[in-house]
Design a protein. Structure first.
Length: 608
């Protein structure tokens, strides 16, 4: 930063120094070899803050007084310590793909390019005093800084999340210093969960620590661990946001939070549960702006997609989608509804909750306290001249019987059930008390599905599976086979998986199947008849994705329960190829019907 004359003239024009002080400082600079700014500070003509502010104006970049509260401890490590010391640069925080970096020389294009290549981010430089950068490097690289310690060290004038991708002025940097640490932490947890595509956020107590876990791609993983002293304040903050009673800690509560994050509105369905250690909070993320996935892009084979389209093209009948919670049933339902939606059709949905808001669709929210149950709403919907009715879930005999009557009287009814496979849907409805002759007449078809994780493209590799592995899982193809797996990398959090795919099993009710249902068959008889259709089972659908190199055998075995093969443990399948077994947490958790109406926040909470 040569050009001391320019600095002196700017200070002079700003009224920071006089002509005499500038002349004396220039003389001292010539004698000592100091920089002009150093000479002026030593002469007590200006402060270091004055110099930094003027330099920022001279260079056309924001400037900041770097301190602990402005640096995200999880982001600092994006720049290795040796590079931080050489370049005299510290990563402050990251918003989407933009990394804000404090630098003593923010004009160095070489350093900015190097940091961009090193981190894979766009670099937003800000000017900072060299001694402040040195102090932060010593503080953050010298020891492990935990998020709990980081937040507890802040006071009421420290960090607030900023969602803008650019920081153009000092005032925007100073906006970070206006929030409470607990508010910042809750905002950080929610924003990161939305950004990482989590379906649920778990905030739970332990004996000595509290932890935060995200469910991403159906698997829970820990993302934060804090000291237990922060837990009550965090729970209270979430309850306040959800309009829950913060004084009630002995009973479960449910509510909703509407937040604006990353420029879009997102609903959080909040559930609190008292445990012996303390309250646990689970937030289900419902992104209203998320687009509907077209039916042809759900991962269906060509024949399976054709079968589903044929089912929903019928003018009447009952179409069921089955699978456990978190298996993508709602996505399939919405894709089907979106495909047949038109101005000529009256389509009504009954949901708990309404996860997507669609045009041309009349959507009704279940509210059991107001007697808006699935069965009651369905009765009223049938008086609304519907062409298509989507029932979020058939939970009891009453709803099942009304849905079947609607299907028999000229309506297309689409709904879900919780069963292991497609044939299990028939057995479940009969167990509920539905007469086989009514079910045989109304049922058009059943789609069973699961979501399985796909292999991370950034760390994918191939191997030749040992014959023992193929034999254990019942692989029927004897041809030479090369399989893929993910070795684990930064992108996939060392899991080897990134994203999810659907696997499907179809049951079409043709004349033969209809006659079989009339006899009240066992589930084994139904499965035997379904196999004659040559449509793939869930397992076979998963194995096809394995052949295509999109997933692994152990992921298929984790997601699909296969009767008679319960002794096969997914954890040990890949031991022969040296791949550590991934987490095998449950793929979802049920959302029981609420006894009380969910509380809505009056206004959306802007997180960034």
């Amino acid at each position: 930063m040569s050009g001391g004359g320019k600095l002196g003239q700017i200070l002079l024009a700003a009224g920071k120094i006089t002509e005499e002080q500038l002349t004396n400082a220039l003389e001292k600079q010539e004698e000592s070899g100091q920089r002009l700014g150093e000479a002026l500070v030593e002469m007590e003509c200006v402060t270091e803050q004055d110099i930094t502010q003027v330099l920022g104006q001279q260079l056309g970049v924001p400037h900041v007084w770097l301190r602990k509260g402005l640096v995200d401890p999880k982001v600092v490590s994006l720049i290795p310590q040796e590079k931080a010391e050489v370049y005299h640069a510290v990563a402050m925080f990251k918003v989407r793909d933009t990394l804000t970096v404090a630098m003593s020389d923010p004009q160095s294009l070489f350093v900015i390019d190097q940091l961009g290549s090193l981190t894979g981010c766009k670099i937003q430089p800000v000017l900072c005093r060299a001694q402040d950068i040195t102090a932060i490097i010593q503080e953050y690289y010298g020891k492990t800084v935990e998020v709990g310690e980081f937040l507890s060290s802040l006071d009421e004038t420290d960090v607030e999340l900023v969602a803008d991708t650019q920081l153009a002025s000092l005032s925007e940097l100073e906006e970070m210093a206006e929030g409470s640490p607990i508010i910042n932490l809750v905002n950080l947890v929610v924003l990161n969960g939305i950004h990482e595509g989590a379906s649920d956020i778990h905030i739970e107590p332990d004996r000595k620590r509290m932890r935060v876990r995200y469910r991403v791609d159906g698997i829970l993983r820990e993302v934060m661990s804090n000291k237990m002293e922060l837990h009550p304040a965090i729970i209270s903050r979430v309850k306040v946001m959800a309009n829950l009673d913060i004084g009630e800690r002995r009973r479960p509560q449910e509510g909703r939070i509407r937040v604006v994050a990353e420029g879009r509105e997102v609903d959080l369905r909040v559930s609190s549960l008292p445990t012996v250690i303390g309250e646990k909070i689970v937030m289900r993320i419902l992104d209203q702006s998320r687009s509907i996935v077209p039916l042809e892009k759900l991962g269906l084979t060509a024949r399976s997609a054709e079968e589903i389209m044929d089912m929903i093209a019928q003018p009447y009948g009952l179409v069921l989608v089955t699978g456990p919670t978190g298996s993508g049933k709602t996505t399939t339902l919405y894709s089907a509804i979106n495909l047949i939606s038109s101005m000529e059709k009256n389509i009504v949905t009954i949901e708990d909750p309404v996860e997507y808001q669609l045009d041309l669709i009349n959507q009704v929210q279940v509210n059991e306290r107001m007697e808006l149950t699935f069965a009651n709403v369905l009765r009223h919907v049938l008086r609304q001249d519907p062409d298509v009715v989507m029932v979020g879930e058939i939970r009891d005999r009453e709803t099942a019987e009304i849905a079947i009557q609607a299907a028999l009287t000229g309506h297309l009814v689409i709904s879900t059930l919780h069963t292991n496979d497609s044939c299990g849907a028939v057995a479940r409805l009969v167990d509920m008390g539905v007469e086989p002759y009514l079910l045989a007449s109304a049922l058009t078809g059943v789609v069973a599905q699961r979501l399985i994780r796909s292999i991370c493209s950034d760390c994918s590799t191939t191997f030749i599976p040992p014959p023992e592995l193929l034999r254990r899982v019942g692989w029927k193809d004897d041809k030479p086979l090369t399989m893929s797996l993910g070795t684990g990398c930064k992108t996939c959090f060392d899991s080897g998986y990134k994203g999810r795919l659907g696997i499907y099993e179809m049951l079409r009710v043709d004349t033969v199947m209809r006659n079989l249902i009339l006899t009240n068959p066992t589930i084994d008889q139904l499965r035997e008849e379904r196999e004659k259709s040559a449509l793939p089972s869930l397992k076979e659908s998963g194995f096809e994705l394995v052949r295509q190199g999109k997933t692994t055998i152990e992921e298929v075995m984790r997601a699909v329960f296969i009767e008679g093969e319960s002794d096969i443990k997914p954890d040990g399948l890949m031991a022969d190829v040296g791949k550590p077994a991934p987490q095998t947490s449950a793929t979802g958790h049920t959302q029981p019907a609420a006894d009380e109406p969910l509380q809505d926040s009056a206004e959306p909470v802007t997180l960034g």
